[in-house]
Design a protein around this ligand. Structure first.
Ligand code: PLP
Length: 462
C-alpha cells in the first residue's frame, strides 16, 4: 500500500513512512493511492466481534507490510486496553432512529484517544525496530495535547512536547497535560493564543536544521494514521444497527474535518452510508463552503465548543483532492489562494462534495438549548461539541434511516458550559476522580521560536 501527497509533488511513501513524517514535504497531506474495499460479506462478518477484532480487519489492508499481523494485533490490544468501557465505542439511543456514538471512554475523555492511543503504540513499535528516537511536538487547544501526552507518556523512543495557550484551556484539559510525571512528557504553556502555538509549530517544521537535528515528528490530525484509526467506529456502529443490509447516516461535530473524513473513507471502502452531515459551531467555514462553494477564512470566535473553533480546516484538503479527481496541481493552486484569504470550489467539485456531505451549524444559544433539552427528554448529559452534533442531526434526520451522532467528548471535560445549560455539574468518571489533587508540572514559555527551540534542545539533551 502506497501513500501519495494531495499536492502531487512529494515522494510516495509506505504507511509507516507516512505516519512518521506527518506532513508531506510539498506541504500536502498523505492519502492512500487506492482505497481498499470491504465486500458485503466482509462487513457482515464484523457483527458480534470485539472492537479490537473489527479494528484489525478494517485497518489491516491500509498498513501494508510495515507491521506483521501479530504485532499489529498486539498494538491494537495495547491501544484500547486503557478504555473505561468494554465496548470501547458504545451506542446509546436518544430518540426513535437517533443514536449517540459515545467516543469519550478513553483515558482523556475525548474521541482523540481512539487515534492517539493507537499511534503511540505504532510509533513505539516502528521506532524500536528502526533503532530511532523522535521528538514529537504538538500544538493544542486542549484535547489533542492531553490525548498525545497520555498516549506517549513513558514510551522509550519518544519525547513529547505540547504547546498550549496559557490560561486558555479548561482546568481538566490543563491537568491532563501537566499531571503525568514521566520524564519524557513536557507541557509548555505559551504566552499567546492557539493560533500562535500552531504558527510556532509550523515554524519549527519549516526550520529544517532544527527539524532534522531533533528528529521532529507530528501527530496533529493531518497524520494519516489518525484518520485511519477513526474509520473503525463507523464500521462497528453501522454494523450494530444492521449494516450492510441497512444504510445509516452520521452527523459529526467538526473542526479540522479529520473525524468526518474518516467516515467518508469508510463509505469509500464499501460501508453503506447514506449521508455524512458536517456539524459546525459558529465558526462555520465548512458549512458556508458546502452551502455556497466559497471557502474563505473568517475571524475565529471563541465558543463553548472550543475544540471546533477553527476557520481553516486542514483535512478538508483531502476531500477536495478527491472532489478534484485527485489533481494535485489544482489543490496546490487552491491552497495558494487560501493563503490570500480563500477560494471558490468549482461547480463540478462542489457537486461531488454534496453527493456525500450535508452541513449545518449551531449557534451558542442553540448549543446550550440542546444540552438542556437532551438532559430533560433523554436523560443524557451532552458535552457542547456533541450538542452541536445532536442539534444539526435533528435538522437532517430522515425517519427511514438511522442517524448516528458522534459524541466527541465526555461532559465532565467541559463542566462549566454543561452546568450553565442543564443545571447539573457533570462529575469525572471514578477512574480519574483524583485529577484535581495530582501535582502539576508545566513550563511557561514566551511566544518566540528561538526560545522554544532552545528549550526543546536542552530538554532532550538532559
Ligand atoms: C477535536 C475535536 C473535535 C473536532 O474534530 P475534527 O477531527 O478536528 O473535526 C470535536 N469535538 C471534540 C471534543 C474534539 O476534541
Amino acid at each position: 500500500m502506497k501513500y501519495i501527497s494531495t499536492r502531487g509533488r512529494a515522494p510516495e511513501l509506505s504507511f509507516e513512512e507516512a505516519m512518521l513524517s506527518g506532513l508531506a514535504r510539498d506541504g500536502g497531506l498523505y492519502v492512500p493511492a487506492e482505497i481498499p474495499q470491504m465486500s458485503r460479506a466482509d462487513i457482515a462478518a464484523l457483527a458480534g466481534l470485539s472492537y479490537e477484532e473489527s479494528a484489525f480487519r478494517v485497518m489491516r489492508p491500509f498498513v501494508g507490510d510495515s507491521f506483521t499481523d501479530e504485532s499489529f494485533g498486539d498494538i491494537i490490544a495495547r491501544a484500547y486496553a486503557g478504555f473505561g468501557h468494554g465496548a470501547r465505542a458504545p451506542l446509546v439511543q436518544l430518540a426513535p432512529n437517533h443514536f449517540l456514538l459515545e467516543l469519550f471512554h478513553g483515558p482523556t475523555l475525548a474521541f482523540k484517544d481512539f487515534a492517539m492511543q493507537l499511534i503511540g503504540q505504532l510509533f513505539e513499535d516502528a521506532l524500536k525496530r528502526r533503532g530511532e528516537r523522535v521528538t514529537i511536538v504538538g500544538a493544542t487547544s486542549g484535547d489533542t495535547g492531553s490525548a498525545a501526552i497520555e498516549a506517549f507518556r513513558g514510551l522509550d523512543a519518544v519525547d513529547v512536547f505540547i504547546l498550549f495557550p496559557y490560561g486558555r484551556v479548561s482546568e481538566v484539559q490543563r491537568r491532563q497535560m501537566t499531571t503525568p510525571a514521566e520524564a519524557n512528557v513536557h507541557a509548555l504553556a505559551v504566552d499567546g493564543n492557539f493560533d500562535d502555538c500552531q504558527a510556532r509549530l509550523k515554524d519549527m517544521f519549516n526550520h529544517f536544521d532544527f527539524r532534522d537535528a531533533v528528529r521532529l515528528a507530528g501527530v496533529n490530525s493531518i497524520n494519516w494514521a489518525r484518520v485511519l484509526a477513526q474509520v473503525v467506529y463507523y464500521f462497528s456502529s453501522a454494523v450494530s444497527l444492521g449494516a450492510p443490509d441497512r444504510k445509516v447516516s452520521f452527523t459529526v461535530p467538526t473542526g479540522n474535518f479529520g473525524d468526518i473524513f474518516a467516515g467518508y473513507i469508510a463509505k469509500r471502502m464499501g460501508l453503506p452510508i447514506d449521508r455524512l452531515v458536517i456539524a459546525t459551531n459558529q465558526n462555520d467555514i465548512l458549512h458556508r463552503c458546502l452551502s455556497s462553494g466559497d471557502y474563505r477564512k473568517g475571524d475565529v470566535h471563541a465558543s463553548i465548543s472550543p475544540s471546533m473553533d477553527i476557520e481553516v480546516s486542514s483535512n478538508f484538503e483531502r476531500a477536495l483532492f478527491d472532489a478534484y479527481d485527485r489533481d494535485g496541481n489544482a489543490i496546490g493552486q487552491l491552497m495558494d489562494e487560501l493563503g490570500q484569504g480563500g477560494f471558490n470550489v468549482s461547480q463540478g467539485a462542489l457537486q461531488r462534495l454534496r453527493e456525500h456531505f450535508d452541513s449545518g451549524r449551531a449557534s451558542e444559544a442553540e448549543t446550550l438549548a440542546t444540552i438542556a433539552a437532551a438532559r430533560k427528554t433523554m436523560g443524557e448529559l451532552l458535552c457542547p461539541h456533541s450538542a452541536v452534533g445532536v442539534k444539526v442531526a435533528e435538522e437532517h434526520r430522515d425517519p427511514a434511516t438511522p442517524m448516528i451522532t458522534l459524541a466527541t467528548a465526555h461532559p465532565a471535560k467541559f463542566p462549566d458550559a454543561v452546568e450553565k445549560a442543564s443545571g447539573q455539574r457533570p462529575g469525572l468518571p471514578q477512574r480519574m476522580a483524583d485529577l484535581y489533587e495530582r501535582a502539576e508540572r508545566v513550563t511557561r514559555v514566551p511566544n518566540d521560536l528561538a526560545a522554544l527551540e532552545t528549550h526543546i534542545r536542552e530538554k532532550i539533551a538532559s
